[in-house]
Design a protein around this ligand. Structure first.
Ligand SMILES: [Zn+2]
Length: 507
């Protein structure tokens, strides 16, 4: 369990690019910057190799591009890796995060053990702490590989990547180090969220997810964990989660994590609620076979909540938190819930099930109601909820719904800061009207159109009167084509950095 094949570590160091002995020395290049003191001096040492590359057109420094150069002993590094940053005027923190990810991704691909990233003409007034965090996040993101079940790997990966971020200024190094410390806590947690999501349904099922949560809570100060099994769910009439999970041999679990910051004045707790369907076959409303294996990612929201709770405790954030994870396996079986069933959710509201594959909202509505009983006045839920959201946004952004403009704005800001993009989608009465029931209070699907919006409206009915936001992360449950240029396919642990930056912005 939790075997991370490649151990990644990042530190900062004052160093001269020509003198550092490393398997790979990486440096970023803007496509529209003609003069750069550090690149020009490097070019001179390499007898004009960089300028020749540019001249013959092999490297245009477009964002996402990179090229290796062999140094033939002219500098101490074995190889030089030029990373394209695109146009300087377009660059933001995500440009540097992706560049660092690309450097680590390429370094791991050639089995390098050491990587040194050199800062290129950074201004002395730059925010080096933030930059250190961003680069550390990028290095871990790009260096990650999921191969815990590969027993006969022939490619002989080195198993370690020791990365250095080098600058010629000691004061920059001090600030970088501070940021790297934060970035590594966030990135390691995010990579473990990826591992949880990448684990298949026969390995990671609800009780295993609960065991992972218990282990994490046990290892971090300030974090506690309570787990309800199926008997407790039935006894407490947590009827949505119980209905969805009862058909599977692996029974459902409700995981309640609590983080109480030490020494701070009591703040009203905020709740993060995550959908963790460890495998979603669709249930009796069975999904088509093609791509069904990807439904192991249907617990991405739960993984993001778990790992954000760990980060909050490790960074000692001054925000009281509950992390509520609704874990179930959705399977067809003799005991499965059926289309047409009317279930009574934890809130007491009844729901007519019209499609058993719309199970995410059925487990989440119980989690959201639980958050209210725990006196949380602000609730954010994350769920790989609807295919409709992927249709609306492609695989590039998560859908954001909220009943509160201020909360939505701060989530949008956190999305910019974290490089995990969201896009606001509508929330309103017209969508809530679509899921009003006739023979029960509600039904679990709306009309043919706007399925992401009616799903959000369903959850909103349970969140009232709390300040609430819902993130439909179905679009971002695994790597999009642009992301595959600097990270491996599979889970990207979406939501961990976003929630963390949101919480860090809450004072
Ligand atoms: Zn489903």
């Amino acid at each position: 369990m939790a075997k991370q094949i490649i151990k990644i570590d990042v530190k900062a160091k004052k160093a001269d690019i020509a003198r550092v002995k490393t398997d790979v020395a990486a440096i970023g290049v803007f496509s529209d910057v003609k003069k750069s003191a550090s690149l020009d001096s490097l070019d001179a040492k390499l007898a004009g190799a960089i300028s020749r590359l540019k001249k013959i057109g092999d490297f245009k420094a477009a964002a996402g591009s990179s090229i290796f150069l062999y140094t033939h002993g002219k500098i101490a590094a074995e190889r030089l890796l030029l990373i394209g940053l695109g146009e300087k005027k377009q660059a933001d923190s995500e440009t540097f995060r992706r560049a660092a990810a690309k450097a680590a991704f390429e370094a791991v691909n050639i089995k390098a053990k050491t990587l040194a990233i050199f800062l290129n003409d950074e201004k002395s007034n730059a925010d080096f702490e933030k930059l250190g965090q961003t680069l550390a996040e990028g290095i871990h993101f790009g260096g990650y590989r999921y191969d815990e079940f590969v027993t006969q790997s022939s490619d002989g990966r080195s198993g370690v990547l020791s990365a250095t971020i080098a600058s010629d200024s000691q004061s920059a190094v001090t600030k970088l180090s501070k940021g790297i410390k934060i970035g590594q806590i966030i990135a390691k947690a995010q990579n473990f969220a990826r591992t949880l999501c990448n684990r298949p349904g026969n390995i990671l099922y609800p009780s295993e997810f609960a065991a992972a949560a218990r282990k994490i809570a046990g290892a971090v100060k300030g974090l506690s964990c309570t787990i309800y099994d199926d008997k407790k769910l039935a006894a407490k009439k947590i009827g949505g989660l119980n209905a969805v999970g009862r058909g599977a041999t692996h029974k459902p679990r409700l995981i309640i994590l609590k983080y109480a910051p030490k020494g701070k004045k009591k703040t009203e707790p905020l709740a993060l609620v995550g959908k963790a369907i460890t495998f979603d076959s669709g249930g009796i409303s069975l999904k088509p076979a093609s791509d069904m294996h990807e439904m192991k990612y249907d617990m991405t929201g739960g993984a993001a909540v778990l790992m954000t709770m760990e980060i909050a405790a490790r960074l000692k954030l001054p925000v009281a938190l509950y992390g509520i994870i609704c874990a179930a396996e959705n399977r067809p079986d003799g005991g499965s819930y059926l289309p047409g069933d009317i279930i009574t959710t934890y809130s007491g509201k009844t729901v007519e099930i019209l499609n058993t594959d719309a199970e995410g909202r059925i487990v989440l509505c119980d989690g959201i109601h639980l958050a209210k009983t725990l006196k949380c006045k602000t609730i954010i839920d994350l769920a790989t909820l609807t295919g409709a959201c992927v249709v609306a946004l492609g695989k590039h952004k998560a859908g954001l719904f909220s009943n509160n403009e201020k909360l939505a704005k701060s989530i949008e800001q956190a999305a910019k800061d974290s490089g995990e993009p969201v896009w606001s989608l509508p929330y309103g009465q017209e969508y809530a009207d679509e899921i009003k029931g006739k023979i029960a209070d509600m039904k679990n699907i709306g009309s043919k159109w706007g399925g992401a919006c009616s799903a959000a409206a369903f959850l909103g009915e349970f969140a009232k009167p709390a300040v609430w936001a819902h993130l439909d992360i179905a679009p971002t449950m695994d790597a999009s084509e642009p992301i595959k240029k600097y990270a491996e396919p599979g889970s990207i642990g979406f939501g961990v950095r976003l929630l963390t930056e949101f919480l860090r912005s809450q004072k």
